[in-house]
Design a protein around this ligand. Structure first.
Ligand code: KG4
Ligand code: ZN
Length: 375
């Protein structure tokens, strides 16, 4: 199946590349570094969101995302379907981003794209498209690490909390990652702790699935939790050394709890949904906050930024704001549009790398496993 995806992506790449190429200068000379102002076209396709953004320096002019509803009925992302949907969405999404920004493609200074980590078939679509368009428009190509982008989204102009100063601690909380990262500079990061099994987003989504909620369940657990009693039910917190996390035990204990209660009362979930969601959310946020407190104690750094889809969660946002008041922390919480996967965060990394003339070349390929510490 993946072979067909790869072949289709390559075909698409050559098709788009050749169309663009006919309009462009025949030789590839990255001359755009001299152009002012700087416009970055950014493309994100690592999982199930196809997104394109235009940035003028650190300002986001447009940030268009096509989310794939098709996975809802399968209870999780189906990689082959995600790849196909990216192929359908990428051209309209890029067009919309250009239109909304009111920018002609000839003004683009460079193209930034997500190289990894993510699903191979999904990454291939964005990577092939970005390579082809960069070749066609005769502009430099910039590869971006998706997890670095979740952190560096804080450098986008107009974030409510301002811009964090180095060094700071970043907690990446998404559907694929849970990490505490020491950020010494834009591209100098050290992982202090990470999950040993499931990511925190998976903990939300799998708990939601046990409750019969559709994928992705995280936002729904959050929604119902707001109306529930967080002390109604108790779930055990895992005991994990250092700054590492573990969420698979929690998922199992929620499953056993629900099985036990529904055996006694088949309507248990619907009668208690909001209280169950609130209790699950309280437990998960407690696990994250315990580790953050430990990281602050260990490093002496009180400047904390969060990134990734779970940063949209109201529980973690409130917990951080409370810690800011009670613990003398400075917390950085991204705007909602920069929490879940989006191309604006790829664009800000593109802009930072553009300033360093840190370009990649046409031999670059997608990288499903890509550590945040790799540049
Ligand atoms: O960063 P992201 O969009 O994609 C990955 O890189 O994984 O994160 C997606 C994850 C999903 O697990 C989703 O359920 C979770 O973020 N999520 C939330 C909320 N919004 C998104 N989890 C809890 N509460 C939310 N409000
Ligand atoms: Zn992400």
């Amino acid at each position: 199946m993946i072979t067909r995806t790869v072949l289709t992506s390559i075909f698409l790449s050559f098709l788009i590349g050749s169309i663009c190429f006919t309009f462009a200068h025949p030789t590839f000379i990255p001359n755009s570094v001299e152009k002012e102002p700087i416009y970055i076209l950014a493309i994100e396709s690592s999982c199930d969101d196809t997104s394109a953004a235009i940035l003028n320096h650190k300002n986001v002019l447009s940030n268009i995302t096509a989310s794939q509803k098709i996975h809802e009925e399968y209870g999780g992302v189906v990689p082959e379907l995600a790849s196909r949907a990216h192929q359908q969405n990428i051209v309209p999404v890029v067009h919309q981003a250009l239109n909304k920004a009111n920018i002609d493609k000839k003004l683009i200074s460079a193209i930034a794209f997500t190289r990894g980590p993510g699903l191979m078939g999904s990454l291939l679509v964005g990577t092939s498209f970005a390579k082809s368009l960069a070749l066609g428009l005769d502009v430099p190509l910039i590869e971006v690490n998706h997890m670095q982008a979740h952190i560096l989204a804080h450098f986008i102009e107009g974030q409510e909390d301002g811009i964090p100063e180095f060094p700071f601690l970043a907690m990446t909380i998404s559907g694929g990652h849970t990490q505490i990262v020491l950020v010494k500079d834009y591209f100098d990061m050290e992982i202090l702790g990470e999950t040993l099994d499931d990511a925190v987003g998976e903990a939300f989504d799998k708990s939601a699935k046990i409750l019969g909620l559709p994928y992705p369940g995280g936002p729904l657990v959050d929604k119902y939790a707001k109306e529930g009693n967080a002390d109604a039910f108790q779930f055990p917190k895992p005991k994990v050394e250092g700054l590492n996390f573990s969420f698979s035990g929690l998922k199992t204990s929620i499953l056993y709890f629900i099985q036990k209660e529904t055996a006694k009362n088949p309507n248990f979930i619907e009668e208690n949904l909001v209280d169950i969601c609130a209790s699950i959310q309280k437990t998960i946020i407690g696990i994250l906050m315990d580790k953050l407190k430990k990281a602050v104690k260990q490093t002496g750094i009180k400047s904390i930024a969060i990134g990734g889809g779970v940063s949209a969660n109201s529980g973690i946002r409130t917990a951080l704001r409370t810690a800011e008041k009670n613990r003398d922390w400075k917390t950085y919480i991204p705007k909602f549009e920069y929490c879940t996967d989006n191309a604006a965060m790829i664009g800000i990394v593109g802009y930072l790398k553009f300033n360093e003339m840190d370009f990649t070349n046409q031999s670059v390929s997608a990288k499903a496993r890509y550590k945040i510490t790799q540049n």
